[in-house]
Design a protein around this ligand. Structure first.
Ligand SMILES: Cc1ncc(COP(=O)(O)O)c(C=O)c1O
Length: 427
């Protein structure tokens, strides 16, 4: 067989050179940004009561379009999704010491948003096939201090929101969802994010659609929407009530999106559907061609759901393959496979959590009188997530490259070449 010697062992790579990077911006975005710059008003926000409180025309236009697209009452633009997460946790009225159950497989900002309000993140284990928070694990962690469940749609497919909603309703909890990676994904025909009390999307550079940095919150709840808008823009300067319910968590933030970002975000929103279809096409091609490889499981999409493939997430049965993940990854990388994701971070193992050092050095908020549970973080807390990270998860960050069919075919060739020569790797 020509070209059968693995590149790792001195053969010629299956993929001859770097694959074309994903180009997210076009002339429409250039025109939209230029119009704002020529107008001279790059942000129209004022952090005080009055017409400027809700932002400028491009921000409000983007919000209207996003609310329409996602079929939700309120879309609220923010300057990053991290800001959106912090606003969401504040808006539900978290009290210091309240516990919020979340997933260890997410970007750190989901959990640190809880800490920003002196809440206590509690990590539930994840599902072996969808990598999303496992409702059975959530159930076991509920205490009288639990205030909310914070699900995450990791890699582009929604968490099991029906089960999580049922648990939340039974225990009187709020249900938030970090849907940063899943804009446009649906379950039961409904857009993810809108199934939570508050959801929302990141508009950072690597997401399906972006405006450099940004985010957009979605909610059907008028009270929460009002609080989100307040937290976004120096609420303490605006709230005129003495009612503790109105005043709680109304601390001064500036989470405001600028007019250039909003104008670009509007253009990008119109491209979302096409980008999702393109990712789904790439995933279908990979599914079809990789499905037969021994010990490799391609992504599983939950019944009734759609996946928008921020990451194409697979699992390995390394005993069946007969080669460790590390060795396989070295071989795939040598063949030129781009953007491999080897494991995913387990937040409960980050030094911040293991050492419980967040505010200052003395263990606040865990050691405060408000935190009444004995919370510890460390290995063994989320065994499924840990095994996936340490041994069995393998993803492709398909958001990084354009991946027309001929490039997907090259990736497929590289996988087949490696799987066809596993003996060389065992030696
Ligand atoms: C799941 C998740 N949550 C939160 C964030 C933070 O979003 P941003 O970078 O827009 O602040 C990201 C971004 O990568 C993410 O993927």
């Amino acid at each position: 067989m020509a070209n059968s010697k693995l590149a790792l062992l001195g053969g010629t790579p299956a993929i001859p050179g770097p694959l074309r990077g994903f180009q997210s911006m076009g002339e429409d975005e250039v025109a939209a940004a230029s119009e704002v710059i020529r107008g001279g008003v790059l942000s129209a926000y004022i952090g005080a009561p009055g017409p400027g409180f809700m932002g400028g025309p491009k921000v409000q236009q983007f919000e209207t379009e996003a609310a329409q697209y996602f079929g939700v009452k309120h879309a609220i633009a923010v300057n990053s999704w991290t800001s959106g997460l912090i606003a969401a946790v504040g808006a539900i009225g978290l009290e210091p010491g309240d516990e919020v159950i979340t997933s260890p497989w997410t970007m750190a900002a989901t959990a640190t948003a809880i800490l920003h309000w002196n809440g206590i993140p509690i990590f539930a284990d994840i599902d072996l096939t969808t990598f999303n928070i496992c409702p059975e694990s959530v159930k076991k962690l509920i205490t009288n201090k639990t205030k909310a469940i914070f699900a995450v749609d990791i890699f582009g497919q929604t968490a099991d929101m029906a089960s999580l909603r049922e648990i939340a309703t039974r225990h009187g909890l709020k249900l938030l969802c970090d849907t940063a990676q899943s804009p446009g994904a649906k379950t039961g025909g409904v857009y993810t994010g809108t199934l939570a009390d508050i959801g929302g999307f990141s508009l950072n550079y690597h997401k399906h659609i972006h405006c450099g940095e940004g985010g957009v919150l979605v909610t059907n709840d008028d009270w929460l929407a009002k609080r989100l808008c307040l937290i976004r823009n120096h609420a303490e300067a605006v709230v005129r009530s003495d009612d503790p319910r109105e005043l709680s968590n109304m601390l001064g933030f500036n989470f405001r999106m600028g007019e250039i970002e909003a104008a670009i975000a509007s253009v990008q929103l119109r491209k979302l559907e096409g980008r999702i279809l393109s990712r789904q096409r790439i995933a279908a091609e990979l599914n079809q061609s990789l499905a037969g490889l021994t010990g490799l499981k391609t992504p599983k999409v939950a019944d009734g759901a759609t996946h928008v493939y921020y990451v194409y997430g697979m699992t390995l049965d390394t005993e069946l393959v007969g080669v460790s993940r590390a060795r396989l990854v070295d071989a795939l990388r040598a063949e030129g496979v781009p953007a491999l994701v080897v494991g995913y971070q387990n937040l409960h193992l980050l030094p911040l959590f293991r050492n419980k050092i967040a505010y200052g050095t003395k263990g606040f908020p865990w050691n405060s009188p408000y935190c009444t549970s004995d919370v510890t973080y460390g290995p063994g807390l989320c065994p499924t997530a840990e095994k996936l990270h340490n041994e069995t998860f393998l993803g492709i960050n398909i958001c990084m490259n354009e991946l027309p069919p001929e490039d997907v075919a090259l990736i497929v060739d590289a996988f087949h070449k490696v799987w066809g020569q596993l003996d060389q790797l065992k030696a």
